[in-house]
Design a protein around this ligand. Sequence first.
Ligand SMILES: Nc1ncnc2c1ncn2[C@@H]1O[C@H](COP(=O)(O)OP(=O)(O)OP(=O)(O)O)[C@@H](O)[C@H]1O
Ligand SMILES: [Mg+2]
Length: 298
Amino acid sequence: MNPAAIDRYLELWRITKTYQGAAGPVSVVKDFNLTVKQGEFISLIGHSGCGKSTVLSMVAGLSEPSKGGLVLAGREITGPGPDRGVVFQSPSLLPWLTALQNVTLGIRQVKPTASRKEIDEIGAHYLTLVGLGDALHTRPPELSQGMRQRVGLARAFALNPKMLLLDEPFGMLDSLTRMELQQILIDLWLEDQKTALMVTHDVDEALLLSDRVVMMTNGPEARVGEILEVPFARPRDRFALIEDPQFEALRDQLVGFLEDHAVGHAAERVAQQRSEKTDSESGLPTVTPAELVTVEDA
Ligand SMILES: Nc1ncnc2c1ncn2[C@@H]1O[C@H](COP(=O)(O)OP(=O)(O)OP(=O)(O)O)[C@@H](O)[C@H]1O
Ligand SMILES: [Mg+2]
């Protein structure tokens, strides 16, 4: 691929998404522009209801833009496809299939000529990387929520997609499981260096994982407000990162943006988040940022 194509691997050009509301059409996002380099990890943050999932679902091809266009690796996105591995809050696994069968289902689609053995080996490889090497033949009802989300991550990576799309992938998990899965995602990403777009409410998670954090303004007509470059070298160590004075400054910048865009009760909650310090002993935020920045837009 030529250098320009690598620099503009994913391109969202003047995306507008309009829904028919009770009082007429409402544009949730308007003139949303973003260019992502190949191999870049981008986080998308913004208040609840601003349109983060709307943007992600258009990249996934699950919904069409009303105006504008999306291009991935030189091709317009016109629908869903296995070139994008999608991870949602809950992984929607088929309960009657084993972990391995859930993962291999998609691989068969992208490698139609591979033998059953080859496909199983790929599936087993990714399940082992996410720590489920001993649970290949276990069915989802017998797996914990964190284990199911590991299967979801393995399934997305096993497709060897052009892009990973993650919508609050750890939002339903307790803090410890969340930390474990963040580390698994970091390790998987270091191995494969997939271009990734992740929606998160958690500013610490965004700083730990991303190359850039894209901050969205409030909807309706939400767009890109600011973009923060995350300068920390990789591989990153969570404990070293939170000791870094630059981390605090970048965190302040993200929280400051959310604070400036907070409405109603969110303003108070974001102000509280600003004053919170990360507990450097455990590496856990003392208050879950998701609790603090979630706001029902008035
Ligand atoms: N199918 C739809 N029809 C009409 N309105 C919709 C539809 N899907 C989303 N919306 C509206 O678009 C806005 C943005 O929703 P979206 O789910 O993208 O927000 P979000 O930023 O992901 O929020 P959260 O952080 O709570 O997940 C909301 O006001 C929502 O009500
Ligand atoms: Mg959402």
